[in-house]
Design a protein around this ligand. Structure first.
Ligand SMILES: CC(C)(COP(=O)(O)OP(=O)(O)OC[C@H]1O[C@@H](n2cnc3c(N)ncnc32)[C@H](O)[C@@H]1OP(=O)(O)O)[C@@H](O)C(=O)NCCC(=O)NCCS
Length: 165
């Protein structure tokens, strides 16, 4: 019997404890200072912590349903403010609108939880993310010199951005 392949449509899901391995794998594929499952579990357990994961709807092969995780976001809401703590899309799935989908869903859910603003930090040398955030209404409001430390020890400035929700 020939393998049955369907177009891999995707959907956003709330991330829970069963997604920690998937989130850690995605984070590792996106950043050179990966967060462990324990780091991620702590973030999700914070008051106001919220994780989203984008997964394919299922690719049927020889009767088995397979799903691939392709993007994630982590945010936190505290009263009327929220923070986008991390966002990433698997390298093979970039430039398909998944980052935009995650930013929009994150801001929408944080707004529903009472936030009126969202803040985030992004490395000064990350033009792809800057373009995405500007496109979604974020503006630069400050800088933190040497905030990030790369695997090679290099220090990189963080740009703080803000959007009204
Ligand atoms: C930044 C990132 C999340 C973007 O995800 P994505 O799914 O590729 O983003 P989208 O397809 O929704 O792109 C939205 C917009 O972002 C900008 N953008 C994304 N990738 C880009 C690239 N390689 N070059 C230039 N602009 C880019 C474009 O303005 C794009 O809009 P357009 O496609 O209409 O031109 C992804 O590149 C990533 O995971 N990078 C590594 C992790 C990271 O840097 N996370 C953010 C840290 S704060």
């Amino acid at each position: 019997m020939a393998a049955e392949l369907e177009p891999p449509a995707y959907a956003v899901h709330l991330a829970g404890p069963f997604d920690l391995g998937r989130l850690a794998k995605l984070h590792r594929s996106c950043f050179d200072d990966p967060w462990t499952k324990t780091d991620l579990a702590h973030l999700l357990a914070l008051p106001g912590g919220l994780g989203l994961i984008v997964r394919t709807e299922g690719l049927r092969r020889l009767g088995f349903e397979t799903r691939r995780s392709i993007g994630f976001s982590l945010c936190r809401v505290a009263r009327d403010e929220s923070e986008l703590l991390s966002l990433g899309v698997a390298p093979w799935a970039r430039r398909l609108g998944i980052g935009t989908l995650l930013v929009r869903d994150s801001t929408r859910r944080c707004q529903m939880a009472g936030a009126q603003r969202m803040f985030l930090e992004v490395a000064v040398d990350n033009p792809e993310a800057h373009a995405l955030y500007r496109q979604e209404g974020f503006e630069e409001v400050g800088r933190r010199e040497g905030y990030y430390r790369r695997a090679n020890g290099q220090r990189v400035t963080a740009v703080t951005m803000r959007a009204d929700l």
